[in-house]
Design a protein around this ligand. Structure first.
Ligand code: NAD
Length: 435
């Protein structure tokens, strides 16, 4: 039995594999089901590998106060899913490695970097063994390291394909940063490589795991204030160094659209659950600005969904931070988030009419580390053998739509896309926090 099977919960399939088939199996399975249902009473110990049971603390607030989440109930570190982080840049060092401290099912066990001195320093900080440091050349030997279950790819966009394909060939699952790649063809090859190796591929769309954004998604889908007719969205920031990889077409694949406009595109698809049937776009860049010699600055795009909801969205690389959206509904309310796409400090906004008065409110729910939630979702999918909520197919669909957005701007016409009427057409198992 390999190490991953070892970490999988003791489910029906594994039981049958281990014991053979037949009457004996059926009778013992019945007993197992009984054991599992009794497990919550089993001195509070978990029923399966992924059930972690929080310690109960006596409440100290008045019942009218906002309820608090129970204390975290992490899995024993020995049993957690092990990650190798590839690329030790801003996202890995500022957000991902610290986020593992808030993970319940995941731990960092290896690093892959082109800078041996930096990797040694980081390994020291996070208790990663020196023998678990790899470089881009010997990366493939990670296949011999049973501590690594997942490779998390945090490199410039054009490198995602190569490092995904090599990870899959090494027998590892892949969590890959957004944008998934730089074209639909690359995204498709990444999906194919992971399928061939029978490994999971998840794209790190953190917003889809973040509780405030999930609340907005639920309000939209349950039509709390009627049907969302218009989704208004913007993601803008002011880029610095014109020589960074994000300003180079070969490494980034594009400018503001694949980097930050993608948040508008992916979140619109997530909130509605729908796929656009047309897109229309315009691009504006000052090519005298050295930042926009190779990649675009501002992209303004519109999309139409099968239900009739329309999206008015945009992204810029030359404006002060603006990361928000608003769902305009047809029955006495609008709702959204400002900011919506930042790492922390997210705020919901609601405007509604009650008893003839207009209320503007900022409801809030407990903020959680988005990266920890997203990483733990990947681990739970491995432990329970489920398809991630945001698999490679979700990333591929965004690349197809972005390609149509670029085409629309270039050809100055509306582009029609394949009609997809199924809701959540490309998503897998929803995150556990909603269960
Ligand atoms: P970064 O520039 O800070 O780090 C990139 C790392 O890749 C560095 O360690 C660098 O040394 C290494 N690298 C290897 N080959 C390189 C090359 N040829 N050119 C440049 N760097 C090279 O970038 P980052 O901000 O950490 O972004 C990495 C990935 O993460 C990107 O795909 C980006 O879109 C994504 N990202 C996602 C989020 C999010 O919120 N999910 C946020 C930031 C970045």
């Amino acid at each position: 039995m390999n190490q991953l099977q070892d970490k999988a919960p003791y489910n029906r399939r594994r039981f049958l594999m281990n014991t053979g088939r037949g009457v004996l199996a059926a009778s013992v399975l019945g007993q197992m089901a009984g054991c599992a249902s009794n497990a919550q009473q089993n001195n509070g110990l978990p029923a399966t590998t992924t059930d972690t049971v929080p310690v109960k603390l006596a409440p100290i607030d008045h019942p009218s106060e906002k309820p608090k989440s129970p204390p975290p109930a992490p899995m024993n570190p020995e049993k957690r899913i092990g990650y190798a982080l590839v690329g030790l840049g801003h996202l890995t060092l500022d957000e991902l490695l610290p986020a593992f401290g808030e993970c319940k099912y995941s731990k960092p066990v290896a690093l892959v970097s082109g800078d041996a001195a930096k990797a040694a320093k980081v390994a020291q900080q996070y208790g990663i063994k020196p023998q678990n440091i790899y470089n881009y050349q010997n990366y493939d030997t990670i296949k011999n390291n049973p501590e690594v279950d997942v490779v998390y790819i945090v490199l410039p966009n054009s490198m995602h394909e190569e490092f995904t394909v090599r990870a899959a060939a090494a027998g590892k699952h892949v969590l890959c940063e957004k944008p998934m790649a730089t074209s639909p063809a690359e995204a498709q090859r990444m999906i194919d490589a992971c399928k061939k190796a029978n490994k999971k591929l998840m794209i790190a769309y953190r917003i889809q795991y973040e509780p405030n954004n999930r609340q907005v998604m639920k309000w939209a889908r349950e039509r709390k204030w009627g049907k969302v007719k218009v989704l208004e969205m913007y993601n803008g920031q002011n880029q610095g160094d014109p020589n960074q990889w994000r300003q180079k077409k070969a490494l980034a694949g594009g400018g503001s659209l694949p980097d930050i406009g993608l948040y508008c595109l992916n979140t619109a698809r997530f909130i509605t659950g729908e796929e656009p049937e047309w897109v229309s776009a315009n691009i504006y860049s000052d090519t005298a600005d050295p930042r926009f010699k190779e990649v675009e600055d501002t992209v303004l795009f519109q999309m139409g969904f099968p239900s009739g909801t329309v999206v008015n969205a945009g992204s810029s690389y030359s404006v002060h931070n603006t990361k928000r959206y608003r769902c305009l509904a047809d029955n006495g309310g609008w709702f959204g988030m400002d900011p919506a796409f930042t790492y922390s400090g997210l705020k919901m906004e609601v405007s509604e009419v009650r008893e003839g008065k207009e209320y503007k409110e900022s409801p809030s729910i407990d903020e959680k580390n988005q990266f920890a939630l997203e990483i733990d979702h990947m681990s739970q999918c491995i432990l329970n053998n489920q398809q991630p909520y945001t698999p490679g197919e979700e990333g591929l669909q965004d690349h197809k739509i972005m390609e149509a957005i670029y085409r629309s701007a270039k050809e100055r016409k509306v582009i029609t896309l394949d009609k997809i009427t199924k809701l959540d057409a490309f998503r897998g198992t929803p995150p556990k926090q909603d269960a």
